[in-house]
Design a protein around this ligand. Structure first.
Ligand code: HEC
Length: 117
């Protein structure tokens, strides 16, 4: 990760906001490659990854079906998911309310796209 080019200042602010917003998610999720699944799947490399794509995690049927259908996480899907997880995946196991603020969702997505600075 040391090889990654430095981010412009404003992007860095958004990233740091995303990192702060991710703190409560860490109760259940790691975001570092190779970390073990906890109560929730590891979210390392999430953007571009299959939905339900942590091989170390036993997903709910709705996410297992999304995986089989070949769905992948991109920024647009993640944004809609964070706004209303249960609406996107009825029966989803994660007890999380949607994030109403578009700016907060964007910050989280920026962080998840690049969990190591
Ligand atoms: C109480 C534990 C818990 C917390 C807190 C939590 N999650 Fe989750 N999360 C889960 C579980 C469990 C799943 C798998 C759900 C399933 O299989 O239906 C999941 C799944 C996900 C997925 C889909 C992963 C994949 O591999 O497709 C994303 C993205 C996600 N969570 C993001 C977040 C974010 C962002 C936060 C914080 C805002 C958060 N979660 C907070 C438990 C949690």
């Amino acid at each position: 990760m040391l090889l990654a080019p430095p981010m412009p200042a404003q992007a860095e602010d958004i990233w740091q906001r995303g990192r702060d917003l991710f703190e409560p998610c860490r109760a259940c999720h790691a975001a570092e490659p190779g970390a073990e699944a906890q109560a929730g799947p590891n979210l390392a490399g999430l953007i571009g990854r299959e939905v339900g794509g942590d091989p170390g995690f036993d997903y709910s049927p709705v996410l297992a079906d999304a995986f089989k259908a070949g769905l992948r996480w991109d920024e647009a899907r993640l944004d809609r998911f964070l706004a209303d997880p249960e609406g996107m995946f009825p029966g989803f196991w994660m007890a999380m309310r949607g994030i109403g603020s578009a700016a907060d969702r964007t910050a989280l997505i920026r962080f998840l796209a690049r969990p190591a600075p």
